[in-house]
Design a protein around this ligand. Structure first.
Ligand code: GDP
Ligand code: MG
Length: 172
């Protein structure tokens, strides 16, 4: 049996959610992508020696009804919270998003990856690696700095999330 994982990519507009998703699923970099498009992608791959199917929802925050957002949060097995290392507000926004996930799922802990994207933009950095590390510890997430542009730490964060789900819900 091939196990299916439903992952949700969340974060403020412009942080690189679509770029990371497309880099992982299709291995190319999107320079421009319609910021209003919310789409789900499927990828079959081998992780920890098992063939797995990842269904990745690249959100755009354009839901007209909070019920829709609640539904994908309820159904999600794991979450990737993305900020850009060049944007203070995108970093601050993630605490609320994390709280919302826990509230909607009515749990205390979920498989979670915190991702500081655009780490190639060294000159524009406003969020330090230490700040990212600390937020990761605070919310119980694995932490990576990534670059969808350079393909840095992209695969790693999806693989990490699969491993977290496996640990929390071992396959019978
Ligand atoms: P989304 O709104 O979170 O889905 O953001 P997008 O994926 O559409 O990316 C927003 C903009 O940031 C686009 O112009 C991307 O080309 C750019 N971008 C995304 N990831 C990176 C990255 O890792 N490095 C750099 N330099 N630019 C990026
Ligand atoms: Mg997008």
């Amino acid at each position: 049996m091939v196990r299916e994982y439903k992952f949700v990519v969340l974060g403020t507009g412009g942080v690189g959610k679509s770029a990371l998703t497309v880099r992982y699923v299709q291995d190319f970099f999107l320079i421009r992508y319609d910021p209003t498009i919310e789409d789900s992608y499927r990828k079959t791959t081998l992780i920890e020696g098992e063939s797995v199917v990842l269904e990745i929802l690249d959100t755009a925050g354009t839901e007209q009804f909070t019920a829709m957002r609640d539904l994908y949060m309820k159904n999600g097995h794991g979450f990737i919270l993305v900020y850009s290392i060049t944007s203070q507000s995108s970093f601050v926004d993630l605490r609320d998003m994390h709280q919302m996930i826990l509230r909607v799922k009515d749990v205390e802990k979920v498989p979670l990856v915190l991702c500081g994207n655009k780490c190639d933009l060294v000159d524009q950095r406003v969020i330090s690696t230490e700040q990212g590390t600390n937020l990761g510890l605070e919310i119980g997430a694995s932490f990576y700095e990534s670059s969808a542009l350079q393909g840095l730490n992209v695969e790693e964060l999806f693989v990490d999330l699969v491993k977290q789900v496996n640990k929390m819900q071992p396959k019978k």
